[in-house]
Design a protein around this ligand. Structure first.
Ligand SMILES: [Zn+2]
Length: 335
C-alpha cells in the first residue's frame, strides 16, 4: 500500500500526547500492547484481556475493533492481525483500540458462551460486581467503548451456520448507512438493537457500532477475512484516519431492511440447493431434506424474493431447524 508523503513541517510539530489506558501511557506513532485484568485464575495468576493500542502520530478519531465476543467466532482475529500489520501508526490520524478476543474464556473452551453458559452479547453494559460476564462487559464498556466514537464488532454465523459477509447496523441512525456502504460488504442489513448487546449498550453512549457478520464459527474463511479487513480500512479512510489508496469495491452493497429464516418441515439429511449470495424468488427450493434412503423428500422453499445471506452447514437437520436466512431486497421482484 503506497503511503503518501507527509509535509516536512509535521516533523517539527509537538508530538501527540500519549493515550492512557489502564495506567499505561501508549506513545504516539507506535503499537502498544496492554493487558486489562479480567479475573484471577485458581493458580493465583491473572487472566487478562489483550488490547493493541495503535496510537497515531496525528490527531483524529478513536475507534475500537473487537472480535470473538462469541468465543468460537474467529474470523475477526486475523482481520485485526492484518489491520495491525497494515496500518502504520506514524501515518495514522487517530487511535485504534484492537481487541481480538473479548470472550477469552469462551475462546479457550472453543465455545460461543462463557463457562456459565451466559451469552456475553446479552450481558452489556454489565456491572462491576455482577456475574463474571457482567464484569467483563463492564470492563469492555469502561476501558474501550467509553473512550471511542465508533466501534467495529466482528462476528461469524453461530455454530453450524455460515453467513454471507454482511454488515448489520441501524440504517435509521444518521451517518451509519454512509459508513456501512463505505465498508463495501456485499450486503448491509438493517438490524434492530437487542437488549444486552454490545451494540445496544454502546448506542446508549451515542457510539456508532457496525457489526460485521461473515463465515462460520470455528472456521477461518479467507473471503470473509479479506472483505472484513478491506472494509475496516475503508471505514477508517472515510473517517479520515488513513490515506491509503484502496481498490474500489467490485459490486456496491445491497441494502436490506428485513430478513427471515425458512425452516425444515421434517427431520433428515439436508442438501442445500443455493449458495450464499444466490438470488431467490418466492417458492424457489433452497434445500431438500430426505431420509437415509432418499425417500420422503421435502423441499424447503423461499417465502419471499431476496438473497440468501446465511444457511445451515450441518448435513443433519431436525423439523423446525432454521435452514436458510433470506434478506428481502426491493430490486428482486421475482423471476
Ligand atoms: Zn456472534
Amino acid at each position: 500500500m503506497p503511503r503518501p508523503e507527509k509535509p516536512k513541517i509535521e516533523s517539527k510539530a509537538r508530538p501527540r500526547a500519549p493515550f492512557e489506558i489502564n495506567g499505561v501511557m501508549a506513545p504516539a506513532g507506535k503499537l502498544t500492547q496492554v493487558e486489562l485484568r479480567l479475573a484471577r485464575l485458581p493458580t493465583g495468576m491473572w487472566m487478562s484481556l489483550p488490547v493493541g493500542v495503535l496510537h497515531g502520530r496525528h490527531e483524529g478519531p478513536v475507534i475500537w475493533v473487537s472480535a470473538a465476543i462469541h468465543g468460537d467466532e474467529l474470523n475477526g482475529v486475523p482481520i485485526i492481525r492484518h489491520l495491525l500489520d497494515a496500518i502504520d501508526p506514524r501515518h495514522l490520524s487517530g487511535t485504534v483500540l484492537a481487541v481480538p478476543v473479548v470472550n477469552v474464556q469462551g475462546l479457550i473452551q472453543e465455545s460461543r458462551y462463557l463457562p456459565d453458559r451466559r451469552d456475553l452479547n446479552r450481558c452489556f453494559p454489565g456491572s462491576k460486581r455482577g456475574s463474571s460476564a457482567a464484569q467483563l462487559a463492564h470492563l469492555f464498556m469502561t476501558e474501550i467503548v467509553a473512550r471511542c466514537e465508533l466501534g467495529l464488532d466482528l462476528h461469524t454465523g453461530s455454530g453450524g451456520r455460515t453467513n454471507l459477509p454482511q454488515l448489520r447496523c441501524d440504517l435509521d441512525e444518521p451517518g451509519t448507512l454512509r459508513l456501512a456502504r463505505e465498508f463495501g460488504a456485499p450486503l448491509v442489513l438493517h438490524s434492530r438493537l437487542r437488549d444486552g448487546s454490545l451494540r445496544a449498550a454502546a448506542r446508549e453512549l451515542d457510539k456508532i457500532v457496525l457489526v460485521y457478520e461473515a463465515g462460520e464459527a470455528s472456521r477461518f474463511s479467507i473471503r470473509a477475512i479479506e472483505i472484513g479487513f478491506e472494509g475496516a480500512l475503508r471505514v477508517m479512510k472515510a473517517l479520515g484516519m488513513i490515506e491509503d489508496q484502496l481498490e474500489p469495491v467490485e459490486v456496491a452493497p445491497r441494502i436490506s431492511r428485513a430478513s427471515s429464516w425458512v425452516r425444515a418441515r421434517r427431520t433428515g439429511f439436508c442438501e442445500m440447493k443455493v449458495r450464499l449470495g444466490t438470488e431467490v424468488a418466492e417458492g424457489d427450493a433452497v434445500a431438500v431434506v430426505f431420509d437415509a434412503l432418499g425417500r420422503d423428500r421435502s423441499s424447503v422453499k423461499a417465502k419471499h424474493h431476496g438473497i440468501v445471506i446465511g444457511h445451515v452447514t450441518s448435513p443433519l437437520v431436525h423439523r423446525g431447524d432454521a435452514i436458510a436466512h433470506i434478506a428481502e431486497i426491493p430490486e428482486i421482484v421475482g423471476k
